[in-house]
Design a protein around this ligand. Structure first.
Ligand SMILES: Nc1ncnc2c1ncn2[C@@H]1O[C@H](COP(=O)(O)OP(=O)(O)OP(=O)(O)O)[C@@H](O)[C@H]1O
Ligand SMILES: [Mg+2]
Length: 269
């Protein structure tokens, strides 16, 4: 039996701007997440799916205490999240979050310093920090760039650099916000391998993505959000190969047999 790491019980969250703007703009949803009840166990491999604005990034930021719910409770190992300074520091050394945008994460003068920052703050010895940093950079295919400043790297490489920083902390729960966006196919395959190894070793991973194929290939479970609500949580292989399921969750509309004429209209929905 795998034990429960994180548990959301009827969690709701509204951004301050969302509250204010929703009064003036009907298109703006007031709550980013509503009444969310879900849990993450040790060794989970969860693909977090949903359209743009569904609430994926908000969920991940609630998971590591960056955002505080307006309603409901979030439990870490069965206890309400400790939001004291020390409590959050402890939590974040066990719950690592890769941001959707790598530039929200990278800040140090060189890649090595950036990746070493997390392990250094965990109070590890110099030697341990160096080993973890080198290993994380190597897993992300960045060893030869370790002395470069992050901003000179391409977007996909910065994404991998940010990932290396999270991996170096060896969290028990790894939260990845669209880690495959912008990666080349080889890096994507390496990422899948790294994640498989981590999950086999007992790390829980929750990964948001729009890449249904990656999700189907890698995940054990699929969690689907729509307009801030949980609409499905179940076996990934089965559900993501079921067109009716995908359509019912708003993940994929049936493809037209022929390209629509321009007169038929187009645009994002
Ligand atoms: N900083 C913010 N201020 C106000 N509203 C926000 C903010 N960030 C997100 N939102 C709103 O919260 C809701 C959920 O957004 P979120 O970023 O969690 O979606 P997402 O599923 O991650 O989308 P994407 O696939 O585009 O990354 C959306 O309605 C969005 O407009
Ligand atoms: Mg997002």
């Amino acid at each position: 039996m795998h034990s429960e790491l994180l548990s959301f019980q009827a969690v709701g969250y509204a951004y301050p701007d969302g509250r204010r703007l929703s009064e003036r703009f009907p298109a703006m949803r007031r709550e980013a997440l509503n009444d969310l009840t879900v849990s993450v166990k040790e060794g989970s491999a969860i693909a977090l799916l949903g359209g743009n604005g569904a609430g994926k990034s908000t969920f991940l930021q609630l998971c590591n205490g960056l955002l505080v719910p307006d309603s409901g409770v979030i439990l870490w190992e069965g206890l309400p999240m400790d939001r004291s300074r020390a409590g959050l520091a402890r939590l974040r050394s066990q719950v690592g979050l890769l941001f959707q945008d790598p530039d929200d994460q990278l800040f140090a003068g060189t890649l090595f310093q950036d990746v070493a920052f997390g392990p250094l703050n965990q109070g590890l010895s110099k030697d341990q920090v160096r080993r973890r940093t080198e290993r994380a950079l190597s897993l992300c295919g960045l060893s030869e760039f370790s002395d470069l400043p992050p901003h000179v790297l391409s977007h996909g490489m910065r994404k991998r650099a940010a990932l290396a920083g999270v991996l170096a902390m060896q969290p028990r729960l790894l939260l990845l916000d669209e880690p495959t966006a912008g990666l080349d196919p080889v890096s994507e395959d390496s990422l899948m391998e790294v994640l498989r190894t981590l999950v086999a070793e007992g790390t829980a991973v929750v990964l948001s993505t729009h890449d249904l194929e990656f999700a189907q290939c890698w995940a054990k479970e699929a969690m689907v959000l729509s307009h801030g609500r949980l609409v499905a949580f179940g076996d990934a292989k089965r559900s993501l190969s079921d067109d009716d399921f995908l359509v019912s969750c708003g993940l994929r509309r049936p493809r037209p047999l022929r390209a629509p004429s321009p007169a038929a209209g187009s645009g994002f929905v």
